[in-house]
Write a protein that binds this ligand. Structure first.
Ligand code: GLA
Length: 385
């Protein structure tokens, strides 16, 4: 893979690449729509992701190329940048903008990106591009920025440069992921614990709905707003900074403060999902996969009925999983509104699972899903050249 990319790099730029980097995508095992509510999430890095090959140039220009997209950008080194259109290169450009703002001194660079993550499918392809760029630039230009600050910087890119109010989970998982572990991350304090994720005789299956995600960004921002409304109303009685600062008992005693029944449902999901993460991390650490699987189903149910971010495509996948004997748990992962679901599938049955879910889904939805299995891999790294 890397050899073929190096070859393409030489063809494109007329010089050999000097450094190579990789950042994974992520799946969130449980704890959905929790990060921007200051609670606990349990993501892990997958083995698909974004490769970045670089070499300095003497022209004072950033040359962006991707094997996934036709659009290219050649842009001179400036003091700052603005988002232009909706093209893919805005992600690395936003990173460069923020590095400059932090005083990192940069020089011209030729850059080739290649991603093997399905794009816009809820596996954090954008965080993967942001993090691989930030990490690479920090290494190459000796920015001396800590990994945690790179996480914060790339989140800022997503929030301010790209304009999506997402939380910190994706960038964190893509940066700090560890092979074979899930990260139990407190999104308020950013303390985390790597939890052994021994799936035994199961694969982690990723099922992409292949649904075009048109409204995802605006609906996502709407949920963020609804949670903020719920928090504001609860704060009339409670001294809390985040929705996840209360347990379900306290929530039940105070829910009358929330006037809109839809907003009430959103908050109920958040409070209960946060509690599910605690139980799920414990179940995983104690190798109780059955219990973990049940929590996955409960999470999906809540995202479907209370948070309303699922949809017929994701529900069809989970419904199939519930009826397939060798699936131990399944749920949507990421923001929702399409994107991917995950399932714990017995290794011996994976092929049958893949075939049958494809048939079932295609018949109901009208087009096929994509089914993958992934190991849990490490976070961002520089690859040996
Ligand atoms: C997207 C966002 C994350 C998180 C999830 C939902 O992936 O980028 O910050 O909010 O949705 O859990």
């Amino acid at each position: 893979m890397l050899d073929s990319l190096k070859h393409q790099f030489s063809n494109l730029f007329g010089q050999e690449s000097k450094n190579s980097f990789f950042a994974p995508g992520r799946v969130n095992l449980i704890g959905e729509h929790i990060d921007y509510n200051g609670g606990l999430v349990l993501p892990c890095a997958v083995t698909f992701g974004t490769y970045l090959l670089t070499a300095p140039n003497n022209d004072g220009v950033f040359r962006f190329r991707s094997t996934n997209f036709e659009e290219t950008l050649d842009i001179p080194l400036q003091d700052s940048y603005q988002k232009t259109g909706k093209e893919w290169y805005n992600y690395p450009l936003g990173v460069i903008h923020n590095l400059l703002a932090q005083g990192v001194r940069l020089q011209g660079l030729d850059l080739l990106f290649y991603g093997d993550l399905p794009i816009g499918a809820g596996l954090s392809s954008s965080a993967s591009v942001e993090v691989v760029t930030a990490f690479a630039f920090d290494q190459l230009f000796k920015g001396g920025i800590s990994k945690l600050d790179l996480v914060k910087l790339t989140k800022k890119v997503e929030n301010e440069f790209i304009g999506v109010n997402s939380g910190i989970m994706d960038q964190f998982a893509v940066t700090f992921g560890e092979a074979g572990k899930a990260l139990k991350l407190n999104c308020e304090t950013l303390d985390y614990e790597a939890v052994d994720c021994d799936l035994g005789d199961h694969y982690l299956a990723i099922i992409n709905t292949n649904k075009p995600r048109k409204l995802a960004e605006s609906k996502y921002n709407e949920r963020v707003q609804e949670c903020s409304t719920a928090l504001g109303e609860l704060q009339q009685n409670l001294n809390i900074a985040n929705l996840c600062d209360i347990d379900s008992e306290t929530f039940d005693k105070n829910k009358h403060l929330i006037s809109d029944p839809i907003v009430l449902n959103r908050a109920k999901h958040v409070v209960e999902e946060n509690e599910r993460v605690i139980l799920a991390a414990k179940a995983l650490a104690e190798n109780r996969l059955q219990d973990f699987g049940q929590l996955m189903y409960a999470s999906h149910d809540s995202l479907k009925n209370l948070y309303e971010v699922s949809g017929v495509e994701l529900d069809t996948i989970v419904e199939f999983c519930l009826n397939f004997p060798d699936v131990t748990g399944a749920r949507m992962t990421g923001a929702g509104f399409g994107g991917c679901a995950i399932a714990l599938v017995k290794k011996d049955s994976f092929e049958t699972f893949s075939k049958e879910i494809t048939e079932y889904y295609t018949e109901k939805i009208g087009y096929a899903p994509s089914v993958y299995s992934s190991e849990i891999g490490p976070g961002v790294i520089e690859l040996p050249n």
